[in-house]
Write a protein of this length. Structure first.
Length: 292
C-alpha cells in the first residue's frame, strides 16, 4: 500500500514538472524568455541601462517589457519591421542537355563517329594526293631529262638503256629511219619524242604491273614476273602481256631540252607491232616466254 502511495506521489510530481516545462516552452515560443534571479534583482534596483543611440522610449523599457517589444517588432506586430516582399517567380527554362554533360554511351558513339570521319578524310586526302598530278617536279609532272646531246650520250654510256628514277621510266633511242612505220602506229604526242630520237617508256609491265628491267645481252626488256619480252623501244615480242609497254608524251623545248610529261600516259602498241625489226642480240636474261 505504501508503494502505491509513493508511486502516485511520484506521478503527481512528474505531472507538475511537465506543466511547468510546457508553460516555459509556451513563454519561449512567444519570444519573451525567462530572466535570471540576478537580472530580476538588478531590474528591481531601479537602474536603467541605456545606450546613446537608444531612444527614450526604448530606454524606459525594462526586463520582460523590453523583450516583448522586441518580439513584437520581429513578427511585425509593432510596425517597426517592414515585412519582406517576395519577388515574382522566375520563368522556368529547361536546361540544355549539352550543358548537363554527356553520358558514356554518347561519348563512345561520338568518339567512334569522329574516328571514322577522320580515317575516311585521311584516306581520301591521300588518294587525291596520289592521283593528282604535281607541277613541282617528280612523277606526274613534266620532267626535264636534259639536253638532247647529253641524253643521247647517257643512253650510250648505259648500254642503250637510260633509267630516270624521278619519272619511273626508261629512255631509249629511236632510229630515225624507222619513223615512217612509227607514224602509222603511234599518236602525235608520242611521235614528237620519237622525232627527237627518243622514246620514254613507263617502267611497269602492262601484264600485271611488275617493274621491267633491261637485259644487256638480248638488248630487250624482259619482265622477271611472267616472262613478257619487249624490244628496245617497248614493242611486245613475247609473253602474256596484252600489248607493248606504255609510254609518255615527250618533246624538245626551245633550249634543246628533252621534256617528258609523266602526267600524260599512252597505252603501248598492240600485239604484232614491230616498227624497228629488232631481234634479240644475245641470250635472254629471263627464260623463254613459252615456258610460262
Amino acid at each position: 500500500m505504501t508503494a502505491i502511495v509513493i508511486a502516485i506521489a511520484v506521478v503527481v510530481v512528474l505531472a507538475a514538472l511537465l506543466l511547468v516545462a510546457v508553460a516555459r516552452r509556451r513563454d519561449t515560443g512567444a519570444a519573451t524568455g525567462a530572466l535570471s534571479r540576478e537580472t530580476r534583482r538588478r531590474d528591481r534596483s531601479g537602474v536603467v541601462l541605456s545606450e546613446p543611440e537608444e531612444t527614450t522610449e526604448d530606454a524606459a523599457l525594462r526586463g520582460r517589457a523590453y523583450e516583448r517589444s522586441v518580439a513584437l517588432e520581429r513578427i511585425g506586430a509593432g510596425g517597426a519591421v517592414e515585412p519582406v516582399r517576395t519577388a515574382p517567380p522566375a520563368v522556368y527554362v529547361p536546361p540544355d542537355p549539352e550543358t548537363l554533360g554527356v553520358t558514356r554511351r554518347q561519348f563512345l558513339n561520338r568518339s567512334i563517329v569522329g574516328f571514322m570521319v577522320f580515317s575516311l578524310s585521311a584516306f581520301g586526302a591521300s588518294l587525291i594526293a596520289f592521283l593528282w598530278p604535281t607541277s613541282s617536279g617528280g612523277f606526274g609532272s613534266k620532267i626535264n631529262v636534259g639536253k638532247v646531246d647529253d641524253v643521247r650520250a647517257r643512253i650510250q654510256a648505259n648500254d642503250n638503256f637510260l633509267y630516270v628514277p624521278e619519272g619511273r621510266m626508261w629512255v631509249t633511242q629511236y632510229p630515225a629511219d624507222k619513223l615512217p612505220k612509227a607514224e602509222k602506229v603511234y599518236s602525235p604526242s608520242v611521235l614528237t619524242g620519237m622525232q627527237a630520237g627518243f622514246v620514254a617508256l613507263w617502267q611497269t609491265c602492262p601484264h600485271l604491273g611488275c617493274r621491267v628491267p633491261n637485259c644487256p645481252t638480248s638488248q630487250w626488256f624482259e619482265c622477271p614476273c611472267h616472262g613478257s619480252q619487249y624490244n628496245r623501244v617497248g614493242e611486245k615480242r613475247g609473253g602474256p602481256a596484252p600489248r607493248g609497254m606504255d609510254r609518255f608524251a615527250a618533246s624538245v623545248d626551245g633550249a634543246s631540252n628533252f621534256i617528258v610529261d609523266t602526267g600524260s600516259l599512252s597505252q603501248g602498241p598492240p600485239i604484232g607491232t614491230n616498227t624497228t625489226g629488232q631481234e634479240a642480240e644475245g641470250p635472254h636474261c629471263i627464260g623463254q616466254a613459252g615456258a610460262h
